[in-house]
Design a protein around this ligand. Structure first.
Ligand code: SF4
Length: 316
């Protein structure tokens, strides 16, 4: 196969400028998530194996990195984010090791379903940054949302994730994709938050499907997303949205409206924080009214307090 395994660099909210490595052919995965943007899984597998030659992956990464550097384009991470589950690649550890010698940090976005395996944990421990999928911690909900391979058991996966989190020395993040009517129930959200609290996370991301999903579904509403954010934030140090905007909480363009939308695309803002922001910028509350009328901003309540969030992108 001569198609490119390495692509980018592309801008990534979580990783800055990222060079992507597609180390799994489409679409081999241990899950067939209802919201998967790659469509239904073509081959459900759980046994890691070799797909591409390590030298081929590394050569392509090296060439792309050199080209990016020549063009003055910074690359913050090389990210294993394939058309399937990256830990299905038995050579992942070796690939990470060699890519790191090129002088870049390596990230892996995984569903975490194979972390009960020692070999998979050993491979993943070599990364600098890992994102684990945690959409559910209850068996029935997990089966509905992630549609796992028939041999997988949540009661094996959860201890595997915990074991990995204990030994991983890089930055560990999670991604929880919320789907209306499946995993957005408050009891499950509380259970997920309790589980995440035991993982020593750098950050937990709350996401919604923003690209056409494999199956018909509705993403969670702004109100639900805010509730989940608040429940997570009560237990976790850092929580952010991943809702389809390249928001940057630190961006300060000097344009009050744009800055407000940028911040509220990453996390909700309390009424007092908004007031303080407007005050500093010399703007009035009519700015908020205007953004709400334009349907760019949504006002919500949680425990009697008002919060503001960027309106979700239109769902296709
Ligand atoms: S784990 Fe990722 S690649 Fe696999 S089905 Fe789910 S979203 Fe798609």
């Amino acid at each position: 196969m001569n198609s490119s395994i390495v692509y980018g660099p592309v801008p990534s909210r979580r990783l800055g400028r990222s060079l992507g490595i597609n180390n799994i052919p489409p679409k081999i995965c241990s899950y067939s998530c209802v919201y998967c943007q790659l469509g239904k899984t073509l081959s459900m597998e759980v046994e890691p194996r070799s797909f591409y030659k390590t030298t081929k992956i590394v050569e392509q990464a090296k060439t792309k990195l050199e080209r990016a550097r020549e063009q003055g384009e910074p690359v913050d991470y090389v990210t294993f984010v394939p058309d399937g589950e990256p830990t299905m690649d038995a050579d992942l550890g070796r690939e990470i090791e060699i890519v790191k010698t090129l002088g870049v940090r390596v990230a892996v976005i995984t569903n975490g379903s194979l972390l009960w395996r020692e070999d998979v944990r050993q491979n993943l421990l070599k990364a600098d940054w890992v994102s684990l999928k945690v959409d559910a911690v209850s068996e029935g909900i997990w089966r509905r949302i992630n549609k796992p391979h028939k041999s997988l058991e949540l009661e094996t996966i959860i201890p595997g994730i915990l074991k990995f989190a204990e030994t991983f020395e890089g930055e560990l993040t999670t991604e929880t994709m919320l789907v209306k009517g499946i995993n957005d129930d408050l009891d499950e959200v509380n259970r997920i938050a309790r589980f995440l609290a035991g993982l020593k996370l750098t950050k937990a991301y709350v996401a919604i499907p923003t690209r056409p999903p494999a199956e018909r579904l509705e993403p969670a509403t702004e109100q639900t997303i805010n509730t989940v954010y608040q429940v997570f934030a009560e237990r976790l140090r850092l929580v952010e949205y991943l809702i389809g905007y390249e928001g940057n909480a630190f961006a300060c363009t000097g344009d009050v409206q744009e800055d407000l939308l940028s911040i509220t695309a990453v996390h909700p803002m309390r009424e007092e924080a908004v007031a303080e922001f407007l005050n500093k910028a010399g703007a009035g509350w009519e700015t908020i009214q205007h953004l709400i009328e334009k349907r760019d901003l949504v006002e919500m309540e949680y425990h009697g307090k008002k919060f503001y969030m960027h309106k979700l992108p239109a769902h296709s």
